[in-house]
Design a binder for this molecule. Structure first.
Ligand code: N7H
Length: 504
């Protein structure tokens, strides 16, 4: 271990943030405390059980090595149960008896944290069926949430035992379990995929001081071409972010990270039926080849085929048996400024436009370190519910609840998660189309995977080589059913909170 990777040794930063629990079975418990003293006693019991970055990084390394030597199978004897904890604004206030964000913090990450997810919902497109009044947790009018406990395990049995311990501890502390959200990786060939059927968790930012740089391309993580190494301060408060200037933050926040939790329901048959309908529109308008398939269009909405293979590399067909293609993160959108290969509205370009941002007609693409590196998030989501089975009338059937427990970490809620959701996913104009004003009606539109309902512009090239386009109307098949903004503090802060103190 080199001195440069000292974050791998951190016993301060919680383990899920940089290392990632990476378990197949996860439960989130949303707790509300009735009384501060009991909450502090509970936290003193919980703190020694919270996984540190050092523990999780060492385990994940040993696990990967064992898997490599066994030819790719998961080592059955290497198991761990991990715990993480985060607190809402009112949770920190209850534990410490002090205001964690005194004064006016409007417009900053502390302001967003103080307001909470429900009050920020309007700007994020959470309206109609996704409106906070309909949420099953975090809605601001029902039970308050003080803490979110994450329990992660390799087997359902280990998870169940650990969750029972947590429920007993909560009962002793007279805490109410406002909601329990279970999640699990999908079984069999769907493992690693989300419910629509696409491989997830491929592109995560590398973190300086945690991930080893590639000797040839030090801007990338070793053995992960294309995975850029981002300054750790983008994810952990108090460390240097992009640009090097550490923002002034309260003492309790140092070595912690803001956590976003969103329960995102997915209507799988609805979404796929919509893709089939839109393909028909494109065929009738002769904007796509007559033999284009539903899979072909779906891959363009994501930016990758189901296997994970990027369409920028393999535009014509998936490469499901090529393991390198399915984890390929060495993508460029340069030369595809109009989105003829990977559409501008694709989920990939909406959430990480990489090197494909061109703001002036005919201009040069903007460098990623200036415009994208400070907008990254670390995603730790996991599916919930039964996988879709069209033949089932019970669990697995079309009406059975399913979706993604979206979890992400960042050092700034406004600049990172909220910006991606509001200014990229739900912006009609993002990524900007580098064309003169006459083409203004060709706005990319919302992200048709997760964005609000609306228009997107599909662009292509006719057989005679002309640029052609077709408007499509997309309905929303991903809905927010609950959301929480919380903060995962350092181990030192947890110990102080257990004593009723809050470092200012
Ligand atoms: Fe997305 N999906 O199945 O379509 N996401 N996402 N996401 N997402 C990604 O690269 C999906 C959501 C990001 O660096 C992949 O890991 C679904 C939210 C980011 O190239 C797939 C839901 C936000 C990336 C999905 C959902 C993001 C990303 C490709 C909700 C943030 C990395 C696999 C139900 C606001 C982009 C991969 C990059 C990738 C899907 C939600 C962000 C398949 C189903 C809410 C930053």
């Amino acid at each position: 271990m080199t001195q440069d990777l000292k974050l791998r040794e951190s016993t301060e930063i919680q383990g899920d943030i940089l290392a990632g629990f990476k378990k197949d079975h996860v439960t989130l418990l949303f707790l509300k405390f009735e009384e501060a003293q009991r909450a502090r006693t509970w936290l003193r019991w919980l703190t020694p059980r919270i996984a540190t970055t050092k523990q999780v990084a060492a385990f994940n390394k040993a696990f990967s090595e064992a898997r490599r030597t066994s030819g790719g199978d998961d080592p059955k004897t290497l198991k761990a149960v991990w715990h993480g904890v985060s607190f809402t604004y009112s949770g920190l206030q209850l534990l410490s008896g002090a205001d964690p964000v005194p004064g006016d913090a409007a417009g900053t990450t502390l302001g967003a944290f103080k307001e909470g997810a429900a009050r920020r919902a309007g700007a994020l497109g959470d309206s109609g069926q996704s409106a906070p009044e309909k949420w099953i947790f975090g809605n601001g009018t029902g039970q308050a949430i003080h803490a979110v406990v994450t329990v992660a395990a390799d087997t359902p049995q280990d998870l169940a035992a650990a969750v029972t311990d947590q429920r007993e501890a909560a009962a002793q502390a007279k805490a109410v379990i406002v909601f329990q959200q279970n999640g699990a990786t999908l079984p069999g060939s769907r493992r690693g995929k989300e419910h629509f059927g696409f491989k997830d968790g491929i592109s995560e930012p590398g973190v300086a001081g945690f991930d080893e740089p590639d000797p040839e391309h030090p801007q990338w993580v070793k053995d992960h071409p294309g995975t850029r190494i981002i300054p750790a301060g983008e994810f952990v408060v108090g460390l240097p972010p992009v640009g090097g200037t550490v923002p002034v933050m309260p003492g309790w926040a140092l070595n912690g990270s803001f956590q976003v939790v969103r329960r995102l329901a997915q209507d799988v048959p609805g979404w796929w039926a919509q893709v089939a309908v839109q393909l028909q529109v494109l065929r009738e308008a002769k904007t796509v080849a007559q033999d284009a398939t539903v899979e072909w269009l779906a891959a363009r909405l994501v930016g990758r085929w189901r296997s994970g293979t990027p369409i920028s590399k393999c535009p014509f067909a998936d490469a499901p048996n090529d393991p390198d293609a399915s984890t390929d993160n060495d993508l460029t959108f340069r030369g595809d400024e109009l989105g003829h290969i990977t559409p501008l509205f694709s989920h990939l370009r909406k959430t990480n436009p990489r090197d494909g941002l061109v703001v002036t007609p005919g201009g040069q693409p903007l460098p990623e370190e200036q415009v994208v590196d400070n907008r990254r998030i670390i995603r730790r989501g996991i599916p919930y519910g039964q996988p879709f089975d069209p033949a089932s009338e019970g669990p697995g059937g079309p009406d059975s609840p399913r979706g993604l427990v979206f979890v992400c970490y960042q050092s700034d809620l406004v600049k990172q998660f909220e910006f991606i959701q509001a200014d990229w996913v739900n912006s009609l104009n993002f990524p900007p189309r580098p064309k003169p004003p006459a083409d203004e009606d060709r706005r990319p539109g919302h992200d048709p995977m997760i964005g609000s309902s609306g228009r997107v512009t599909f662009e292509g090239v006719s057989e005679s080589g002309e640029n052609i386009y077709q408007e499509l109307q997309f309905q929303q098949f991903v809905h927010t059913e609950g959301a929480v903004y919380s903060f995962a503090p350092s181990l030192s802060t947890l110990r102080l909170l257990g004593a009723g103190k809050l470092p200012a």
